[in-house]
Design a binder for this molecule. Structure first.
Ligand code: ADP
Ligand code: BMX
Ligand code: MG
Ligand code: CA
Ligand code: ZN
Length: 363
């Protein structure tokens, strides 16, 4: 007997190019709304599967709970409308926020005074009710680590840590390719690693935290202090170096700023003054870099990552002081760690979006 002939059917071959174009198209249109709530800014963005930010909206983060919720909801509504014209299909919402977060429930448990009225806040329910979408929430530093894992230097790295400098200092720890949250969701609050017994006051209520030395807010505090010193003793003289900075006898004042209007002085002026050779500003930045170095060495000796990714407004400035401190003070087995500056635009925001993109495409 001859074998029965099996009937098979095969589809005509599809040119490879069109398959990859289809996939590219899906990856471009499938998107998430990312929200990032920081000590200064509230950001919303439409982010594609590939990590491309299609549109970003930034407002100052309001000081009260009601105003903040209202603004989040109105910015999201705007983004949802714009997503249609951008041909982006929004699969869900990812929220990155300062404070301790229970990601299982989508609840902010507690916050330092960088974000007022931000304790026991259910973010998931109101957002999912309004937008009819699934919502994920995590701490901003943790989100920054997720972004590095998916889009940044952390791709394929099993154990790494990220430190993100903004108004405060956030952190995220990836161990065995997963985030660490700890027993009460307070792991990786790296800004509150204490680097001295009696240092400057921190926004968490303690003293000597690395955030109190090296955050945007800490540098702003020091910039104001230097400004007040000079304002108290002499009239500014126009500097020959710069139009927007007045430097007198090693101290600094910013042009266009009356002595009463201190609000304009911030970390970026301090960095600029240091670049122009202001020794006091240089000293402040050196101390900040040293403090961050101490914190990072403590992190190395706790979780022994192979990579530390620095991100945020001051990352580039901190890279070499941190490397130097490691080479001088880390145990030799921890010393081989790589230190890199992130190449991502808005890691916390991208990480918030990645929670949606990773989950909705999981098989
Ligand atoms: P958030 O803390 O709200 O997440 P950002 O990451 O946007 O905010 O960072 C805001 C902080 O960074 C503020 O403290 C601000 O003073 C500081 N900052 C903004 N631009 C610069 C800059 N060019 N250099 C240094 N610090 C900056
Ligand atoms: C604070 C703390 C952290 C946060 C970090 C960076 C709050 C509200 N914030 O240490 O949870 O990760 O700031 O935040 O408790 P950012 O404001 O610099 O983005
Ligand atoms: Mg931030
Ligand atoms: Ca964290
Ligand atoms: Zn602190």
């Amino acid at each position: 007997l001859s074998e029965p002939v099996q009937k098979t059917f095969s589809f005509p071959p599809v040119p490879e190019d069109s398959v990859s174009q289809d996939i590219d198209h899906i990856l471009e249109t499938q998107s998430a709304l990312g929200i990032d709530l920081g000590g200064t800014n509230l950001r919303v963005a439409i982010v594609t599967m590939m990590g491309k930010i299609m549109r970003k909206y930034t407002q100052p983060n309001p000081k009260t709970y009601e105003e903040r919720m209202e603004l989040i909801l109105s910015m999201c509504k705007q983004a949802m409308t714009d997503a249609i014209s951008l041909n982006c299909r929004i699969l869900g919402v990812g929220v990155s926020t300062g404070g301790r977060v229970n990601p299982k429930d989508g609840v902010v448990l507690d916050s330092t005074k960088l974000i007022n009225e931000w304790n026991h806040i259910d973010l998931r329910s109101p957002l999912s009710q309004l937008l009819h979408l699934p919502v994920w929430v995590d701490n901003d530093g943790n989100c920054a680590a997720l972004a590095e894992r998916k889009f940044g230097h952390g791709k394929g790295v099993e154990n790494f840590v990220t430190v993100i400098t903004g108004t405060g200092i956030g952190g995220g720890i990836i161990q065995h390719s997963e985030l660490i949250h700890g027993s009460t969701f307070c792991a990786a609050e790296l800004g509150h690693i204490m680097v001295s017994l009696d240092g400057p006051e921190c926004s968490c209520g303690s003293r000597g935290c690395v955030e109190a030395y090296a955050s945007g807010l800490a540098l702003q505090r020091e910039a104001k202090r230097l400004h007040d010193e000079i304002a108290g003793i002499c009239q500014p003289i126009r500097s020959e170096y710069s139009n927007d900075m007045l430097i007198t006898e090693d101290l600094l004042l910013m042009e266009g700023m009356s002595v009463n209007n201190k609000e304009q002085v911030n970390a970026s002026h301090l960095v600029q003054a240091a670049r122009l050779g202001n020794r006091k500003a240089e000293g402040v930045l050196q101390t900040a870099g040293l403090a961050l170095g101490v914190a990072v060495v403590n992190i190395l000796h706790t979780v022994n990552p192979s990579l530390v990714v620095l991100s945020g407004v001051l990352a580039q400035h901190y890279e070499s002081p941190v490397r130097n401190f490691i080479s001088q003070h880390a145990l030799s087995s921890a010393r081989e760690v790589k230190v890199m500056t992130s190449d991502l635009d808005s890691p916390a925001l991208l990480g918030a979006a990645s929670m949606v993109l990773d989950y909705t495409t999981r098989r």
